[in-house]
Design a protein around this ligand. Structure first.
Ligand code: PLP
Length: 427
């Protein structure tokens, strides 16, 4: 397996121009990855290069159009390798995951009857809840898998709410709010037993773990390239042959076959050039004879590295008096390197604002996992502060200067300003 040494990480960092961006003389620390990664130069070049060299619509009898057709085909093949899909035919593109999920829900409901059931979870991002909840207008019953106080889904409840009336379980692979990795093997066993489809929202898992749609035995899987160093493009995987059986919203002029059947209008070709470049960049960090081997080996190395960084932050932040960490710990099995905290006496937006003042970018609020934040009783406190990145920087040290007065002296000197300890010291 490939590994990421400190030196290799340093080389990788050079590919990201935004890492040189500063706030008042201090490099910005991007902990805001849960809502999208920074974009490396090869991806930026691919997007710009498309406009420079082969900007055209598809299916024309001239060179730039043919090059565009070829690019889109190659991007599908590359994304198929990223997800472990059997071929490009299973890979559809769209504006983003949310839009594709709505389109899929509208297609699926056409073959369902009032009284049929869809199961969603209390942990999921609204993008994997809202599209299914709207089906209540069509008489579909929507049930929810309960969230336990430890930030994991209740397996007994999952077994209870999936019944012979269930048509589909829509479940996240990993939570963007709490880092929880869900038990998809259990989800598959339970859905198989009753003949229901399994839809996996892998938007938050795909940047952190190798994806394998065949091993997951997923019927549908969605992800979003801006979470793994690419532009804003949504990806839908459908089990071979499945999309061809669905009645999608489409124009009579549109290609009827999968994967095009669910793709309306002109795709963002330049962004798709960037998606291909993003996956190739990941593959370039791995090893092995095939693109798929390289992707898996790179993602495994990334997973190990990220886990170590997140575990360090988790332990460091947990040790600060007055800070509470939400979601599962790092002692058990799989866990995304996403850590959410609350700080006693300081609402989360204020924590994020104070860190933002010194160039440390963290998220606050419900982060679109609104139901989970409500269920955990955190909505009134402004939700959580959610991060991914080098925890050492974020935990910081206790400074001599008080917070909330702009950048600390260390920042003015061009070094990394103190992080959460600094905020805690000045409460
Ligand atoms: C877990 C999860 N699902 C779905 C989405 C929505 O993705 P998109 O912005 O591509 O619609 C996000 C975005 O943050 C997410 O984190």
């Amino acid at each position: 397996m490939a590994t990421f040494s400190d030196q290799e990480c340093e080389w990788c960092r050079r590919d990201f121009p935004s890492l040189g961006h500063e706030l008042e003389g201090v490099p910005i620390a991007y902990f805001d990855g849960p809502a999208g990664t920074q974009v490396p130069q090869p991806v930026i070049d691919a997007v710009a290069g498309y406009y420079r060299t082969c900007n055209a619509n598809t299916h024309g009898q001239f060179s730039t159009s043919r090059e565009t057709d070829q690019l889109l085909h190659e991007t599908r093949e590359t994304v198929a390798a990223f997800l472990g899909a059997p071929s490009w035919r299973e890979i559809s593109f769209g504006a983003n995951m949310t839009t594709l999920c709505f389109a899929l829900a509208r297609a699926l409901v056409r073959s369902w009857q009032p009284g049929d059931e869809v199961v969603i979870t209390m942990l999921d991002h609204e993008a994997n809840r809202g599209p299914w909840l709207t089906l209540r207008e069509r008489g579909i019953v929507v049930r929810e898998v309960a969230l336990l106080p430890n930030g994991t889904l209740d397996p007994e409840d999952m077994a209870k709410v999936i019944t012979p009336r269930t048509k589909l379980l829509a479940i996240g692979a990993a939570s963007n709010a709490l880092g929880t990795v869900n038990d998809l093997a259990l989800a598959r066993r339970l859905t198989r037993k009753v003949g229901a489809w399994l839809l996996v929202d892998a938007v938050h898992a795909a940047p952190h773990f190798p994806m394998d749609v065949v091993a997951l035995d997923a019927d549908f899987l969605l992800c979003s390239a801006y979470k793994f160093y690419g532009p804003h493009v949504g990806v839908l995987y459908c089990r071979p042959g499945l999309l061809d059986t669905l009645t999608t919203d489409k124009l009579c002029t549109q290609d009827d076959a999968a994967p095009f059947r669910i793709e309306t209008g002109t795709q963002n070709h330049a962004a798709l050039a960037g998606v291909k470049a993003a996956v190739e960049l990941i593959a370039g960090c791995g090893e092995g004879p095939t693109l798929r081997d390289q992707i898996v080996s790179a993602m495994e190395a990334l997973m190990v590295r990220e886990r170590e960084l997140a575990r360090r932050y988790f332990e460091g932040v947990r040790a600060i008096r007055g800070v509470r960490v939400w979601g599962p710990g790092f002692d058990g099995g799989h866990r995304a390197p996403t850590v959410s905290i609350t700080v006693d006496g300081i609402p989360s937006p204020e924590v994020a604002r104070r860190l933002g003042e010194v160039g440390i970018q963290v998220w606050d609020g419900h982060f679109y996992a609104q139901r989970a934040i409500e269920v955990l009783g955190l909505a009134d406190r402004g939700g959580v502060s959610t991060t991914e990145g080098d925890g050492h920087v974020l935990v910081g040290t206790v400074p001599t200067a008080p917070p909330l007065q702009g950048c600390a002296p260390a920042a003015a000197a061009g070094s990394r300003p103190p992080g959460l300890r600094w905020i805690m010291a000045g409460r």
